[in-house]
Design a protein around this ligand. Structure first.
Ligand code: SAH
Length: 346
């Protein structure tokens, strides 16, 4: 059965026309799925009974099933565990900021990038998510919270640029008319640095924000934290980021997870400053979330503040990621992992 929720409006229009339906039918169906967030063809009351039953014979309407929600007592952040139609589980996060609600979604079940401090990659890659499965994380959370989602960050489990076509379809449906119509400027895609795909994304000339997981200012140190650095050098990654800026005029966000005693010294800060100061960028410092399978520890509070101050003094725009929901398996992939371990009886 065809996954109708993963179809762009243009695609659905072609499909309906081929079946002899009026063009506006496609728009109606599309709006039921992506604007009114219907979960079954039965809910689509403006369609004839006959059309509804034909649709349900040929198409599947992918909905995620909520398995678990954990609400942080600290800051109102909520973590969601969803079951996919094939039984895999994924996690998503709702963060409430003063400027609106932000949803962090997964782009893959598991991940094959192998970053040393990350829990999402421990079990390897299970599979790519379909656009419908990425969209439905946003839809389910909007319904659950009964509040509009303003921002979407593709920063959950998985490497979005390793699932490129689905990512683009997801962005088209999420930001286009007839759906939730979220502004492209309110979408952030985070990558560990797959250089040819960053360049390809730049050529799409979207207005989304690119977040690059940098985590170290030298090639050697980056290699010790992120296996992808063996494939693409720091220089190539930085060139690709400059290219992204040239093509889109969108300021790059650099993510830098501070790992105690590894990349958080005064010297590390100075190297980072030299590397990125000439660029129009923003730095997001993330105090590393310790993962029990890894030996890494968080930087001391004063090291974090010194690091931030050094960057700021050099005129670099910097923020520290609020440590959301540490009480609810806050680190990337930890909730999914603890659930899967439990299912295995581990
Ligand atoms: N694959 C993408 C997006 C997912 S990870 C990427 O690499 O960017 C989102 C961000 O969280 C990345 O910057 C990642 O390096 C970081 N991250 C993962 N695990 C972490 C942990 N335990 N502590 C702090 N940051 C972590």
């Amino acid at each position: 059965m065809t996954d109708i929720k993963s179809m762009t409006l243009a695609c659905l229009q072609d499909e309906m026309e081929r079946q002899g339906e009026k063009k506006f039918r496609a728009k109606q169906i599309y709006s039921w799925m992506h604007e009114k967030l219907a979960e079954s063809f039965d809910e689509m009351t403006s369609l004839s009974k006959d059309l509804k039953s034909r649709l349900s014979r040929s198409y599947s309407l992918v909905n995620l099933t909520l398995v678990q929600v954990k609400v942080s007592g600290q800051d109102g952040t909520s973590k969601f565990l969803f079951r996919l139609p094939d039984g895999n589980v994924i996690e998503s996060v709702l963060m409430r900021y003063h400027y609106g609600n932000s949803v962090c979604i997964s782009s893959q079940a598991g991940c094959r990038m192998g970053c040393r401090f990350c829990a999402s990659t421990l079990g390897g890659l299970e599979r790519n998510l379909a656009p419908s499965e990425m969209l439905d994380q946003v839809y389910q959370i909007q319904k659950w919270s009964k509040e509009r989602v303003h921002n979407v960050v593709v920063m959950g489990t998985g490497e979005p640029l390793d699932n490129y076509e689905s990512l683009l379809t997801f962005i088209e449906i999420l930001t286009g008319e007839g759906g939730l119509h979220i502004s492209q400027r309110n979408i952030t895609v985070s990558t560990c640095g797959i250089v040819p795909m960053i360049r390809k994304l730049a050529d799409e000339k979207l207005q989304i924000t690119l977040a690059l997981s940098l985590h170290a200012a030298t090639q050697e140190k980056r290699k010790s934290l992120m296996p992808i650095a063996n494939k693409y050098s720091l220089e190539e990654v930085m060139d690709a980021c400059r290219y992204y800026f040239e093509q889109t005029k969108r300021r790059i966000t650099f993510e830098y997870s501070l790992v105690g005693g590894v990349n958080d010294s005064r010297e590390d800060a100075e190297k980072l400053i030299r590397l990125i100061r000439p660029m129009n960028c923003h730095v997001n410092l993330i105090p590393v979330n310790p993962v029990k399978e890894r030996a890494y520890v968080q930087s001391k509070r004063d090291m974090i503040m010194n690091f931030k101050n050094a960057l700021e003094k050099s005129g670099i725009n910097v923020s520290i990621r609020r440590e959301m929901g540490r009480d609810i398996d806050g680190a990337c992939g930890q909730l999914r992992k603890s659930y899967m371990d439990m299912e295995k009886g581990g």
